[in-house]
Ligand binder design. Structure first.
Ligand SMILES: *[C@@H]1O[C@H](CO)[C@@H](O)[C@H](O)[C@H]1NC(C)=O
Ligand SMILES: *[C@@H]1O[C@H](CO)[C@@H](O)[C@H](O)[C@H]1NC(C)=O
Ligand SMILES: *[C@@H]1O[C@H](CO)[C@@H](O)[C@H](O)[C@H]1NC(C)=O
Ligand SMILES: *[C@@H]1O[C@H](CO)[C@@H](O)[C@H](O)[C@H]1NC(C)=O
Ligand SMILES: *[C@@H]1O[C@H](CO)[C@@H](O)[C@H](O)[C@H]1NC(C)=O
Ligand SMILES: *[C@@H]1O[C@H](CO)[C@@H](O)[C@H](O)[C@H]1NC(C)=O
Length: 638
C-alpha cells in the first residue's frame, strides 16, 4: 500500500491510494434474517468512499434486501410484529418524506405484489449547485415473496439552478519589500490580491497590505558649531595684546562630518601704553680738572631717557663730581722749563710728568720725554724716547700683517703672508730709525708666528728663512742704540726670546720626527732637531762640527744634555709618541745688547734654548748645559 500527501493552503488533506480508490465500498455482510422461518428479509449496506466532489461515482443503491428463511414454520407462530420493522435503516428519513409523498400514494399502490413503493426523492442536500437526494422504500409484503429483493435505499445527484456563491480568496502574499530608508526609521511592506467574490460570495477578509518597521543603521549626524564664547579679556594689560574666543563643535555622531571652520579666533587689543621707566644714558667723559695740582674737582653728567607713560624716574644723580689733581703743586724748582732740544720745543712740565711731541715726518706716533727729580730734588729733563715712533715703512708692514691676521682668525687662507715676510726681511736689513721700529718688528713677527700656527697655513722654507733673518737683523750692531732705548720701558729683550721660542715651537710641531732645520745668519744660528722621546734615554745635542757653521760658532763644543727623568711625561709605561725635544738657538752678540741690562753679565755669551714638549710639570733634574769657551753653568731651562 502506498500513500501520497498533498499540501493545500487551507490545511492538510490526505488521499489514500490503493485497490479501492473511491466509489462504492464493497457491500457489507448480509444482516441477520428478520425471521427464523416462514420467510424473512435480510439487508446489507455499502458506503460511498469518494470525497464529496467525486461523489458522482456513487450513484445508486445504498442498501438492498433479499428474502431469507423461506422454510415454513412448524408449530411456531409467525412473528407479525417483526415484519413491521423490516424497513430501511434510515427510518427517520422516511418519516420526513412521508409528508411530501402523500400526494403520490395513489399511483404507487398500483403494483402491490412487489416491494413497497419508493418514497419521494428527498430535497437536494445542497441549496445551490450540485448535491444529493435519496429515497427509500419498505418491504412489507405479507407473503414475503422474492419480490422483496432489491434496493431499499438509493441516492442520486441533484442540481440546483441557483449557482453557489464564490467567496473572495486571497492570493499568496508578495515578498516583503526592501527597507524604505538606508538609515533611521523605515518600513517594509507586502501586499496580496483578492480573487473577487462571485455569485454573492463574501469578500476577502483581512488586510490587503501589511507593513512593518525596519532600522538598518543609525543615520550619521554632522557636527554643528555652538555659539562663540564671549571675547576673553585682553592678554596684556598694556601695549599690544590679544583677545580670543572659542566655540565648541556639537557632535558629530554616527560617522557624521566634523564641524567646518575655525574653533578659535583671536584679535589684537590695546588697552594703553605700557609705562616705560627712565633709563640713564652713558655718563659723559669726565670734564677737565679745575686745577692742575693742589686738589681740584671734575664732573660728568648723564641724561635720563624717559620716563614715558607714567614710568619711574631714573634712580640716582644725573651729575657726579670727584676730586682730582690732589698732588701737591710743584715748587718752581720741581718744574722742567721749556727747552729747545734736537729741533723740538719741549713745553714746561712738572716733575713726574711726561711731555710728548709728534714724531718726525717719516714716522707716526709721539716722542716722549719725562721730567724727573734728581737726588737734590731739582727737576731735570730725561732723554726723549722714540719707542712710540714707528717709521712709515714699518707702519705699512704692520698694517698688512694686521689684515692677514684678522683673515687668519676668520679661517681664510693666508695668501700674501710670504710677501709680508719678505718685505719685513728687506726693510729690517736696512736697519731701524727708532726704537719703536724694533718693537714693531717684534710685534709683526709675533703675529706671523700665530699665522704659522694655523693648520691650513704651512710656512715655506722662504718664510722660515725670512723669519730667522729678520730676527738676525734686529740684533745688528747698528740697532744697539734703539735697543738701549727700548729696554728703558720694559723687558723687551725677553719678548724677543719668547718670540724665538714660540717660533721653534710652531716649526717643530709641524715638522716630522728626526727632521732637522738649520738656519745660519750673521747674528744667530737656529737649529731645530726634533727628537721623539722614546725609551726614556737621555737626549744630548752635541753642536760641534755642524755643517756651514759660521766662524763665531765653529769652534763651539757646547753641549746640552736632557736627563731622561726630565723626559718622563705622566705615565712612564706609556710610550708617548707626541713627546719630543727640539731646538737650539745660538745668539752671537746678545752680550753687547744685554749689557745694558743691570743683570746681564751672566748672559754675556751665546744663548741656548731647548724646548721640551709637552712641558714637564717640574724640573727635578737640572738641564746640563756646557759652554765650552767661557764658563760652565747649570741652571733651569730658560
Ligand atoms: C448541474 O448544472 C450545471 C450548470 O447547469 C452543470 O454544469 C452540471 O453538469 C450539472 N450537474 C449534473 C450532475 O447534472
Ligand atoms: C604693536 O602692534 C603694532 C601694530 O601691529 C606694531 O607696529 C607695534 O610695533 C607693536 N608694539 C609692540 C610694543 O609690540
Ligand atoms: C726755541 O726755539 C724757538 C724757535 O725755534 C724760539 O722761538 C724760542 O725762543 C726758543 N726757546 C728757547 C728756550 O731757547
Ligand atoms: C698683533 O696681534 C695683536 C693681538 O692680536 C694685535 O693687537 C696687534 O695689533 C697685532 N699687530 C700687528 C702688526 O698685526
Ligand atoms: C741679578 O740677578 C740675580 C738673580 O736673578 C739677582 O739676585 C741679582 O740681584 C741681580 N743683580 C742685579 C744687579 O740686578
Ligand atoms: C767646562 O766644563 C768642562 C767639563 O766639565 C771642562 O772641560 C771645560 O774646561 C770647562 N770650561 C771652562 C771654561 O771652565
Amino acid at each position: 500500500m502506498a500513500f501520497s500527501w498533498k499540501l493545500h493552503s487551507h490545511g492538510l488533506f490526505v488521499s489514500v491510494c490503493g485497490f479501492n480508490t473511491g466509489g462504492w465500498s464493497v457491500w457489507g455482510n448480509w444482516a441477520e434474517c428478520s425471521s427464523e422461518c416462514g420467510g424473512g428479509v435480510q439487508t446489507r449496506t455499502r458506503t460511498c468512499q469518494s470525497p464529496p466532489e467525486e461523489a458522482y461515482q456513487c450513484e445508486g443503491a445504498l442498501e438492498e434486501g433479499r428474502p431469507c428463511n423461506s422454510q415454513s414454520c412448524t408449530g411456531k407462530g409467525r412473528l407479525g410484529t417483526r415484519s413491521q420493522s423490516l424497513r430501511s435503516v434510515d427510518s427517520r428519513k422516511r418519516e420526513d418524506s412521508d409528508k411530501t409523498r402523500s400526494g403520490q400514494q395513489s399511483s404507487q399502490t398500483v403494483d402491490p405484489p412487489s416491494g413497497e413503493e419508493w418514497s419521494a426523492w428527498s430535497v437536494c442536500s445542497a441549496t445551490c449547485g450540485e448535491g444529493w437526494q435519496t429515497r427509500t422504500r419498505l418491504c412489507v409484503s405479507v407473503s414475503y415473496s422474492t419480490q422483496c429483493s432489491g434496493p431499499l435505499r438509493e441516492q442520486r445527484p441533484c442540481n440546483n439552478t441557483a449557482v453557489c456563491p464564490v467567496h473572495g480568496a486571497w492570493d499568496e502574499w508578495s515578498p516583503w519589500s526592501l527597507c524604505s530608508s538606508t538609515c533611521g526609521r523605515g518600513y517594509r511592506d507586502r501586499t496580496r490580491s483578492c480573487k473577487p467574490p462571485q455569485f454573492g460570495g463574501n469578500p476577502c477578509d483581512g488586510p490587503e497590505k501589511q507593513t512593518k518597521f525596519c532600522n538598518i543603521a543609525v543615520c550619521p549626524v554632522d557636527g554643528v558649531w555652538n555659539e562663540w564664547s564671549i571675547w576673553s579679556s585682553c592678554s596684556s594689560s598694556c601695549s599690544n595684546g590679544t583677545m580670543k574666543r572659542t566655540r565648541e563643535c556639537n557632535g558629530p555622531s554616527y560617522g557624521g562630518l566634523e564641524c567646518q571652520g575655525e574653533w578659535r579666533q583671536t584679535r589684537d587689543c590695546f588697552l594703553r601704553e605700557c609705562p616705560v621707566d627712565g633709563q640713564w644714558q652713558l655718563w659723559s667723559t669726565w670734564a677737565g680738572c679745575t686745577k692742575t695740582c693742589g686738589g681740584g674737582s671734575q664732573q660728568r653728567q648723564r641724561v635720563c631717557h624717559g620716563p614715558f607713560f607714567g614710568g619711574e624716574q631714573c634712580p640716582g644723580d644725573r651729575e657726579e663730581v670727584k676730586r682730582c689733581n690732589e698732588k701737591r703743586c710743584p715748587e718752581p724748582h720741581e718744574i722742567c722749563d721749556e727747552e729747545n732740544f734736537s729741533n723740538v720745543v719741549w713745553k714746561k712740565t712738572p716733575s713726574g710728568d711726561t711731555a710728548a711731541v709728534r714724531c718726525p715726518p717719516n714716522a707716526v706716533g709721539l716722542i716722549l720725554r719725562r721730567c724727573s727729580l734728581d737726588d737734590d730734588g731739582i727737576a731735570y729733563w730725561e732723554n726723549p724716547t722714540y719707542m712710540k715712533c714707528v717709521s712709515n715703512d714699518y707702519r705699512s708692514i704692520q698694517t698688512l700683517t694686521r689684515d692677514h691676521l684678522s683673515k687668519a682668525q676668520r679661517g681664510l687662507v693666508g695668501d700674501g703672508v710670504s710677501e709680508v715676510m719678505t718685505k719685513l726681511r728687506v726693510t729690517s736689513s736696512d736697519g731701524t730709525s727708532y726704537s719703536g721700529d724694533l718693537l714693531a718688528i717684534i710685534d709683526v713677527l709675533k703675529n706671523m708666528t700665530e699665522i704659522f700656527r694655523k693648520p691650513y697655513y704651512s710656512p715655506s722654507n722662504t718664510d722660515m728663512r725670512n723669519f730667522v733673518q729678520s730676527v738676525s737683523n734686529l740684533l745688528m750692531e747698528e740697532n744697539r742704540d734703539r735697543w738701549e732705548e727700548a729696554q728703558l720701558l720694559g723687558p723687551n729683550v725677553k719678548e724677543l726670546f719668547r718670540l724665538v721660542e714660540d717660533f721653534v715651537d710652531v716649526i717643530s710641531l709641524r715638522m716630522k720626527d728626526f727632521q732637522d732645520t738649520y738656519e745660519v745668519t750673521d747674528n744667530l744660528v737656529l737649529s731645530i732637531h726634533k727628537r721623539p722621546v722614546a725609551g726614556n734615554a737621555d737626549i744630548t745635542f752635541p753642536m760641534k762640527g755642524w755643517r756651514g757653521m759660521v766662524d763665531w760658532a765653529r769652534n763651539s763644543e757646547d753641549r746640552v744634555r736632557v736627563a731622561k727623568n726630565i723626559l718622563v711625561t705622566g705615565n712612564p709605561d706609556e710610550d708617548d709618541a707626541s713627546a719630543f725635544v727640539a731646538g737650539i738657538v745660538l745668539y752671537r752678540n746678545l752680550g753687547s745688547i744685554l749689557s745694558l741690562q743691570r743683570n746681564s753679565t751672566v748672559l754675556n755669551s751665546k744663548m741656548i734654548s731647548v724646548t721640551i714638549k709637552p712641558t714637564p710639570n717640574t724640573l727635578s733634574t737640572p738641564l746640563e748645559i756646557e759652554f765650552s769657551h767661557l764658563f760652565n753653568v747649570s741652571q733651569p731651562a730658560l
